[in-house]
Design a protein around this ligand. Structure first.
Ligand code: ZN
Ligand code: MN
Length: 479
């Protein structure tokens, strides 16, 4: 039997996090407004009003395009995409068609072995969102226009993805990039990032592109993965049964976890595209382009690679530490403030600080435990002023109080008891008070050393230097 591979392309819509909508002054994000609580004559298409392009939309989209290595077009145009639907009050969507803001470019997916897999982008264009239709149980429908005019970037990848997992990875990396650049909140549950998948299959080794189906309404990365897997399975069975694949549009039903046939797909000719007469061309001159490009930060993948080369981190660490811009900035600032082994900083970040960030659901730049304070705690341990358990508890104490580690060590008397005389005196008392255990130890049960050291640690309320405690105990018990 032939074996098949999947050919997947993704069409993503990204909601830009500008203050206002793309063609009017309504707020772009109406997540907290009631239905139709954030609309105006422009975004609801009342007669006699004209759209005005929001400059920030172009700037954020151009920054994203540049980050994906796309070629920014010096002139691009808006077009009307005509179709009838109740949540589209104008009867057309203002979009870009044959002259988009940017063309080409792509996204590199790290594959974990210092290699990347390139996913190409056909084009990147600007458009407005449509409203939302709410289907009610009694069969009636409600229309909410809040989302009309929300600024979107649409990107279409080439048919370059080969599995549901790769498609999921693409979305994960895209979400990371959007947040990194600060151009979108990229919260899939809130519809800031939406993906439709085009799926077809072919025999392994073939280069043909067979008839594809389109999966819509996927609103999480997990759902995308499951929906694509389900569709690959369905197509494979059909082909094995000798049936032809029909170019269906399929809707993902989140509740039942199944794909439903929605409608036969429109062709582009059905949309009767033509130039938007109410808007000027978007002219991105050299000065404006230069200004936008100058704000392009170091990108996640470049930072990941630099973390492995500059700091000698394993790729695993570097990938996690570069997952968010604030976290990677925090790491670098901590290394700088600490001045010691970067891997030691990485370990503390990945084990303890990340857990704290998850628990507080905040980002690294919001912590009271600043990078300087983390470095202070590491130094206090390195100089044996405090032991490791105290170091761990200090993380929490600094985060809760916002006080410096040094101040807390001072005020709570957390410094290690490394005064040999004091430790020895306590150790002698423990030996004198426990003759039975001493006898067992000297009789050969040497594992009891752990118990003795534990007693001494308890006496010092955990503040003894564990190495000194161990050494002193051993000396006394050998006598
Ligand atoms: Zn409006
Ligand atoms: Mn679109």
């Amino acid at each position: 039997m032939a074996s098949y591979e999947a050919v997947i392309g993704l069409e993503t819509h990204v909601q830009l996090n500008t203050a206002s909508k793309i063609f009017c002054s309504c707020k772009a994000d109406s997540w907290e407004d009631g239905p139709n609580g954030n609309i105006c004559p422009v975004c609801t298409g009342l007669p006699g009003v004209l759209p005005v392009l929001n400059q920030a939309v172009v700037e954020k989209a151009a920054l994203l395009a540049a980050a994906m290595g796309a070629e920014l077009q010096s002139v691009s145009y808006f077009d009307r995409k005509n179709y009838f639907y109740p949540d589209l009050p104008k009867g057309y969507q203002i979009s870009q068609y044959d002259e988009p803001l940017a063309r080409g470019g792509g996204m590199d997916l790290p594959t974990g072995d210092s290699q990347v897999r390139r996913v190409s982008i056909h084009k990147l264009h600007l458009e407005e969102d449509a409203g939302k239709t709410v289907n009610r149980d009694d069969g009636s429908r409600l229309i909410d226009f809040n989302r009309c005019g929300v600024p979107l970037v649409e990107m279409v990848t080439g048919p370059d993805l080969r599995s549901a997992e790769e498609a999921a990875q693409y979305l994960i990396r895209l979400r990371q990039l959007l947040r990194w650049l600060g151009v979108s909140e990229a919260d899939m549950e809130k519809g800031h990032l939406r993906a439709d998948a085009n799926v077809s299959i072919r025999e392994v080794g073939s280069n043909v592109l067979n008839t594809k189906t389109e999966i819509k309404n996927v609103n999480s990365i997990d759902s995308l993965r499951t929906a694509i897997e389900t569709e690959i399975e369905r197509q494979t069975k059909s082909v094995e049964n000798g049936e032809a694949i029909q170019p269906w549009t399929l809707g993902w039903d989140e509740n039942s976890g199944t794909l439903r046939k929605m409608r036969s797909k429109e062709t582009e000719a059905d949309y009767r595209y033509f130039r938007e007469p109410d808007l000027l061309p978007v002219v991105l001159d050299d000065a404006w382009r230069g200004k936008i490009l100058s704000s392009l930060p170091e990108l996640p993948l470049a930072r990941l690679t630099r973390f492995t080369t500059q700091y000698g981190l394993p790729e695993y660490d570097a990938d996690i530490l570069s997952s968010e811009r604030a976290l990677s900035d925090y790491f670098e600032a901590s290394v700088k403030a600490y001045g010691g082994d970067p891997k030691r900083v990485s370990n503390w970040l990945m084990n303890d600080v990340l857990a704290m960030l998850n628990e507080l659901s905040t980002s690294a730049d919001q912590l009271k435990l600043t990078s300087e304070y983390l470095a202070d705690i590491l130094k206090l341990m390195d100089t044996n002023t405090i032991n490791t358990p105290t170091g761990k508890s200090l993380l929490q104490k600094v985060q809760e109080s916002g006080k410096s580690p040094g101040d807390i060590v001072q005020s709570e008397g957390l410094a290690q008891v490394s005064d040999e005389g004091a430790l020895r005196k306590m150790a002698e008392e423990i030996v004198a008070a426990n003759p039975d255990q001493v006898a067992s130890y000297r009789g050969g049960k040497v594992t009891l050393i752990g118990w003795f050291v534990g007693q001494l640690m308890a006496r010092t309320k955990g503040k003894a230097d564990p190495n000194a405690a161990q050494r002193i105990m051993q000396e006394l018990l050998k006598q």
